[in-house]
Design a protein around this ligand. Structure first.
Ligand code: THU
Length: 162
């Protein structure tokens, strides 16, 4: 029998401590969250992706009266990026969310479905996707989407776990 541990490096920092490009990405996520269509949950989320060609694409959550028809901000942004720039890696994604006027105090973390999509985009291009999760108190940063979804499912069934 073998026991193995999986650990995740998470950096907690302030907006001012981020490099300029990442600070701008977080600010873009915050800005676009204000335009979210979230009349049911009133939880407005924004996501901004930095592509390897320098382009930034951003989107927000889009809800629907038929609840499951709605889509999270991260998937809206990533699917738009992949639809329009299918050969350009996504190097980073920033996420921010607010209820009413106040952004969440703790970092907003992507849901399980979005993590699956983040990981597949990362694998598809073979380039780590930094994830910046905004909170008023601090921002949590992981170096790769896979860090948020250990032992994730992929199409390569024979991929080694370690
Ligand atoms: N939501 C996102 O857009 N991203 C997340 O990471 C978490 C949840 C949305 C889905 C739904 O519109 C609302 O937030 C409440 O769950």
């Amino acid at each position: 029998m073998v026991e193995r541990q999986i650990s995740t490096k998470i950096v907690f920092c302030t907006l001012q401590e981020l490099p300029e490009a990442e600070k701008m990405l977080v600010e873009k996520a915050m800005e676009i969250s204000r335009k979210a269509y979230a009349p049911y949950s009133r939880f407005k989320v924004g996501a901004a992706c930095l592509l390897a060609n320098g382009q930034v694409v951003a989107a927000n959550n889009q809800e629907n009266a038929a609840y499951p028809s709605g889509t999270c901000a991260e998937r809206c942004a990533l699917f738009f990026a992949n639809a329009n720039y299918p050969s350009v890696p996504v190097e980073a994604i920033a996420i921010a969310a607010h209820h009413g006027d106040a952004f969440t105090l703790d970092p907003i973390t992507p849901c399980g479905n979005c993590r699956q999509v983040l990981v597949e985009t990362e694998r598809r291009f073979g380039v780590p996707m930094k994830v910046l999760m905004y909170g008023e108190r601090d921002i949590a940063v992981v170096d790769a989407a896979a860090d948020l979804l250990p032992l994730s499912f992929g199409s390569e069934t024979s991929e080694p776990l370690f």
